[in-house]
Design a protein around this ligand. Structure first.
Ligand code: HEM
Length: 152
């Protein structure tokens, strides 16, 4: 379980990097007469896949680890929603991340279906940006009070 947690923790940087590159390419392409290349498609695809790997690792951590399901089903805890740490791990992290990953997956598929290159870029730019904002807000960064975790 420790190894999974480390993998999940480190993979965040790959997710963030790939999303940033895809978003940058999306906005650049949206504003010009750029051709949507195979390289653009690959970056967007890998960004989405990295999110899906996080989802799989996260689900295992949530259902078999110490702080996900174990927290919300803990009979010793009076109120999950009234406890910021329990609420974050039991509810907020999983809900926010699943929503973000859903947006990214929808954006990727809409981009594939779009006919014009400009529209392909635009779907990535908009959906991936929304996803990235939610992901950023739902990571237990070391500077977040109470729920802080390490950088790696
Ligand atoms: C892009 C998506 C995600 C990112 C960037 C992310 C990031 C993180 C980070 C940085 C940690 C702290 C790791 C540490 O303490 O070293 C963490 C913990 C955790 N994540 Fe995620 N996560 C994502 C998606 C998910 C999803 C979808 C789920 C659930 C389905 C999930 C469940 C968990 C759980 C349960 C923990 C705590 C594990 C424990 O301490 O036992 N994560 N996540």
């Amino acid at each position: 379980m420790d190894a999974l947690l480390h993998a999940h923790s480190g993979l965040r940087y790959i997710v963030l990097l790939l999303l940033l590159i895809a978003i940058f390419q999306g906005f650049m392409g949206m504003s010009g007469k750029k051709v949507f290349t195979n390289g653009n498609r690959k970056i967007a695809l890998f960004a989405m896949i990295s999110c899906h790997i996080q989802l799989l690792l996260g689900l295992v951590l949530y259902f078999f680890g110490n702080v996900g399901l174990a927290t919300i089903t803990n009979p010793a805890l009076d109120s999950v929603m009234g406890n910021p740490v329990a609420r974050f791990w039991g509810v907020e992290h999983i809900t926010g991340m699943i929503l973000a990953i859903a947006l990214i997956t929808i954006g990727h598929s809409k981009s594939k279906k779009a006919n014009e290159d400009k529209a392909k870029f635009k779907k990535i730019a908009i959906f991936f940006t929304l996803g990235l904002i939610i992901i950023f807000a739902t990571i237990p960064w070391p500077f977040r009070e109470a729920i802080a975790r390490g950088w790696f």
